[in-house]
Design a protein around this ligand. Sequence first.
Ligand code: SF4
Length: 222
Amino acid sequence: MITHSTELREELHAASVGFENASPSDIIRWAVGRFSPAAFACSFEDLVLLDVINRESSLVDVIFLDTKGHFPETHDFVATARARWGLSLVTTTPGPDAAEFPCGTAECCQRRKVDPLGRTLANYQVWFTSVKRADGPTRRDMPIVSWDEKFHLVKVNPLATWSDDDVAYYLRSQGLPEHPLWERGYASIGCAAVTEPPAPGADRRSGRWVGSDKEECGLHEG
Ligand code: SF4
């Protein structure tokens, strides 16, 4: 548990502004040196941040949010990452009443993602995410470092300033495997029932919650 204060908020804001041109490695090193314990909620959409974190610190726990609605290919990709880095994952699962709430509703994501992650993050001082401003309009103002009002800990987005091209270059240059659904046109990958490939030219998250006006699962909204 970390105590929130005006001084801490000011420190985080100053760090965030100062990191606008920093590398993800520099940001991660600062965060794990300043706050502990640390966790990374990995979407397993791509393995960039997992790779950078593994290079910088062995002290970051990796969380997998198992909604019980993922594509089989996502579970295969998680297994690939586990084998590559010898990961000991912290896996969350939906609460017992999740099945009562249909896919696409706020309560479904709340019960399958937000609540389980919140219970897990209560054990940490800082969490990392792969959120990028380039993901779409709902994320374009995302700070690099901030106080997370929802989960009550420090939130760090080391890839906030990265573009899709930056991600593609890193994956290629490091020889990292890609999510098996990318070659079928998928971009942002969530639960199977509500994820489609985005239309040509549309932002990468536009294939999420197709047919509803939902744009975020609730993890990254204050
Ligand atoms: S994406 Fe759909 S199925 Fe998955 S947790 Fe959210 S609402 Fe539920």
